[in-house]
Design a protein around this ligand. Structure first.
Ligand SMILES: [Zn+2]
Length: 187
């Protein structure tokens, strides 16, 4: 097992991180600063400040997404225990002692994250439009936040990737299982 550094609690959730999350943060800071300079045409100092805030907000978006999963999990009666951060992403942690759950529970818990991120995308998009006339720096930060919430945490979460367990992977697996069960019951 990889190193798990405890970071404290958010509500009932235990937050842990791999050291790679620090690297992920620095990588995002660099990438977003570059975007700030090239795409949003900010001066280097402003671009680096914007990059730092955008990288911080990336993890806010990740936690918001995870809290969406946690809320959905709570409602199913099979709550989440925590969030484990690694690289630039995070994984929902469920109790190891969990019994075999009906596919529908897995589906509902998986949908909670992207649903929360979709709502935050709309709020961030509106904010980006509002600040645009006033500050290029604020526009940069809000735009990156809106794009991340939509492309990574809403649309991206649904993509079943071959090298990564995403919400899409879970949905594909359990929706198929759910359908199969339905067929068996019908027969
Ligand atoms: Zn998710």
């Amino acid at each position: 097992m990889n190193d798990r550094v405890p970071l404290g609690k958010v509500g009932k959730l235990d937050i842990t991180a791999e050291p790679s999350a620090a690297g992920g943060f620095l990588l995002l800071w660099a990438v977003f600063s570059f975007l700030g300079a090239k795409l949003f045409r900010l001066r280097p100092g402003a671009a680096a400040t914007g990059g730092l805030l955008a990288a911080t907000l990336h993890f806010v978006a990740e936690m918001w997404h995870q809290l969406g999963h946690a809320r959905a999990a709570e409602q199913t009666g099979y709550p989440m225990e925590g969030v484990h951060l690694w690289g630039v992403l995070g994984t929902s942690v469920y109790p190891a002692s969990e019994p075999e759950l009906p596919p529908q529970i897995h589906v509902e818990r998986a949908l909670g994250g992207p649903r929360a991120s979709a709502a935050l995308t709309i709020a961030a998009g509106i904010l980006a439009a509002l600040v645009r006339p006033f500050s290029r720096l604020a526009f940069m930060i809000a735009s990156i936040f809106a794009l991340e919430n939509s492309l990574i945490f809403t649309i991206g979460a649904f993509l079943p990737l071959p090298f990564l367990e995403t919400d899409g992977t879970t949905l594909q697996r359990y929706r198929a299982a759910h359908r199969k069960r339905m067929v068996v019951i019908q027969e």
